[in-house]
Structure formats: structure tokens, C-alpha cells
Design a protein around this ligand. Sequence first.
Ligand code: HEC
Length: 111
Amino acid sequence: MLIRQKLTFLIFLMPFIGSVAASDLHLSGDTAAGQRLHQARCSGCHVKQFGGDGSGVYLRTPRRVSNVQELVEFSNRLKHFNRTMDPSLQLDDIQMGNIIAYINKYYYHFY
Ligand code: HEC
């Protein structure tokens, strides 16, 4: 009986787990690789704009980003970071997933 309840619960959850995995978020990215990419592509500008090591932008109140979806959207927003970046340095989904995993692990803790 108990096993059946657990199974029902798992089956109930599956569409949700599936939809996260299927949405190209790559949430379980490689945080070490993400840290290196973030250092190369993101920090410089945040340091210039916010001083210190640039992480103030992730720790400020109020923050622009309040959940994973927004974090992904904000990080991918062309207007945000590609404006002054060399177009040949485009980040693919996996690289962006690594960066997001890194930012989440050290600053946002959404997942
Ligand atoms: C050209 C400069 C620049 C670059 C490069 C840049 N950022 Fe930003 N970032 C900013 C500025 C300026 C803000 C504040 C924007 C605002 O308040 O609308 C910001 C804000 C953010 C925020 C929102 C913080 C919050 O919760 O309030 C996130 C997340 C973010 N950046 C991620 C990234 C990532 C990831 C990269 C690299 C892929 C990156 N940024 C590269 C300038 C930059």
C-alpha cells in the first residue's frame, strides 16, 4: 500500500521534473566551469558597474531576479550582456547553464 502511494506520488511529479529538464535550463551545470566562464564573460562588467568583485549585483536589495526562471531569462537577455560583448563570444546553452549553476550556488540558492 505504502509503495503504491510512493509510486503514485512519483508518477505525479514526473511531468514537473520532465518539464524542467526539457526547458534547456541545464540547471545541474558544472559550477567550476561556470565560475571560469563567469570570470571571463560576466564579472568584468559587474565590477566596473558595481565595484568590489562585482557580486554586489547579485546580493543587492531589491534584486531584479527572484527565481530560477528569472535568473535564466536575465542572464540570457541579449540587451543585458551582449551589448558590449564581442559577438563571436556568444555563449551556448551549456555554457550558460554552467554560469547559472555557479551564480545560483554561490549567490541565489534557488535550487
Ligand atoms: C556589459 C556589462 C555587463 C556584462 C558583460 C554582464 N552584466 Fe550582468 N548586469 C549588468 C548590469 C548593468 C546589471 C544591472 C542591470 C539592471 O539593474 O537592470 C546586471 C545585472 C545582472 C543580473 C541581475 C542581478 C539582480 O538580481 O538584480 C544578473 C543575474 C546578471 N547581471 C547576470 C550576468 C551574467 C550571467 C553575465 C555573463 C553571461 C553578465 N551578467 C554579464 C551588466 C553586465
